[in-house]
Design a protein around this ligand. Structure first.
Ligand code: ATP
Ligand code: MG
Length: 436
């Protein structure tokens, strides 16, 4: 992308109303703009990050056999009356009336709808298990939208739903999902800690929140240092084997971890002093196993192996895709700007042309731009070098290649790694090799 022809409205001033780093940096780097309270437009660079995060989430869902689909954002109130949640959900639900005075709502979540869809097509125990997911915008009329995309009113969520014949099957689905979550967050460069959680308005009897550590997190957390050492790579856990899954789940749940509300000083005492960690965290995912909470009121049954009708056992599994963009920034930034982990960076590298119009500078830059199309943000603007350096650090791409007239004359460039600030004077070919 050529910066001179792009819409990347960076700001020099720190926006006054943004309280936390990720919110300030997302506005300053021109990733998003608020269009109404808690509602954001994703500008080109921010949108690329959102898509990359979404793609990692998708790949790890697909890897455990979850099937992608897409449900609508607008739902009929009727199913929510059947589950009893239409009244219960309260003011967080955005209620809409159409021209025929029919009651609709903008979905805050999709348990009712997915249950209804499956009850229409799944009739026998042989059709189970099923895990389905979609990545779709949600609306919750939060009392206090704040921290930018971290607590918005409209936000992008991956929500998955599992259907099993019995409890044993449902627990397997739950464990698979837990493993998928740990891998998802790890791929984004985040350390997530699963914590026993309240199941809230979704209800149920087994639930974990996934918290990533960040100083500005909304929740106070207590955890065993063991979480910093667990290996949940595909090598360590083969998700096709139930024994491996059980072992993984044990490892994830025997170590102490809790948010403030669930903190148990007696259990905390048993964690040896040297392993106790306290911090603040951001909830990036939440999973629930809630048995037949929706299949029962919605009258969803399958015929079991003995011919009797059974209500499928369900779970639901959310990841805050748009919240993750903010969370990744909270976990990686400095006073100059964002520091993207490579897998979610909007572009792999920034090429800074310090003298557009200079034949050698232009041709070196064009060369990088052509060879790495799609992964280069090319600063070809007619701006002072200082402005380009500041914007490159603010935008936080993993690599910067600085092309100035003096070096260019002898075919050399400066390569900078954003995370460490380390700089190297290299030939253009060596720089190219290093960034690819
Ligand atoms: P919270 O306690 O933060 O309100 P929740 O328990 O209401 O979260 P879930 O219903 O489990 O959230 O939704 C799944 C995920 O969606 C959450 O883990 C979070 O990452 C994300 N999420 C929830 N509410 C918001 C919001 N208002 N803005 C952005 N992301 C959100
Ligand atoms: Mg909430």
């Amino acid at each position: 992308m050529r910066l001179s022809q792009s819409f990347v409205p960076t700001l020099k001033e720190t926006p006054a109303d943004a309280q936390i780093a990720s919110h300030r940096l997302m506005l300053r780097a021109g990733l998003v703009r608020q269009t109404a309270s808690g509602i954001y437009a994703w500008l080109p660079v921010g949108f690329r990050v959102l898509k990359k995060i979404e793609q990692i989430v998708r790949e790890e869902q697909d890897a455990i056999g979850a099937q992608e689909m897409l449900m609508p954002t607008v739902q009929s109130a009727e199913l929510w009356r059947q589950s009893g949640r239409y009244e219960e959900y309260g003011k967080e639900m955005l209620r809409i009336r159409d021209r025929h005075e029919r009651e609709l709502l903008y979905g805050p979540t999709n348990e009712e709808m997915i249950t209804d869809l499956l009850r229409q097509g799944v009739k026998s125990y042989r059709d189970l298990p099923q895990i389905l997911y979609h990545i779709q915008w949600k609306f919750r009329d939060e009392v206090r939208p704040r921290f930018g995309v971290m607590r918005g009113r409209e936000f992008l969520m991956k929500d998955a739903y599992s259907f099993d014949l019995d409890r044993a099957g449902a627990v397997v689905s739950y464990r698979k999902m837990m493993l998928a979550y740990m891998r998802t967050f790890e791929r984004m460069g985040l350390k997530a800690i699963p914590m026993v959680a309240e199941s809230g308005p979704i209800g149920g009897d087994l639930s974990h929140e996934f918290i990533i550590l960040a100083r500005t997190g909304e929740s106070q957390v207590f955890y065993d240092a063991a979480f910093e050492e667990i290996d949940y790579s595909p090598r360590a856990f083969d998700h096709r084997s139930n024994d491996d899954l059980a072992r993984f789940f044990r490892e994830m749940t025997t170590h102490y971890a809790a948010t403030e509300e669930k903190h148990d000083p007696a259990a905390w005492d048993r964690v040896s002093a040297g392993r106790r960690r306290e911090g603040r965290g951001i909830e990036v995912g939440h999973i629930f196993y809630f048995r037949t909470k929706y299949s029962k009121p919605l009258g969803f049954t399958v015929s079991g192996p003995d011919g009797r009708a059974v209500h499928p056992e369900m779970g639901s599994y959310g990841i805050g895709v748009s919240r993750l963009v903010g969370a990744v920034i909270e976990a990686g930034h400095d006073e100059r700007g964002i520091i993207w982990p490579e897998p979610v960076a909007p572009y792999r590298l920034a090429v800074l042309n310090l003298k557009p119009g200079d034949g050698r500078c232009d041709s070196l830059c064009e060369d990088f731009y052509q060879k790495l199309t799609g992964e280069v943000l090319y600063d070809d603007r007619d701006e002072r070098p200082g402005v380009k350096f500041a914007d490159a650090d603010l935008l936080g791409l993993p690599w910067q290649i600085v092309v100035g007239p003096r070096g260019a004359a002898s075919g050399s460039v400066e390569l900078k790694r954003r995370a460490t600030g380390e700089r190297l004077e290299l030939s253009a070919e060596d720089a190219f090799r290093r960034v690819t």
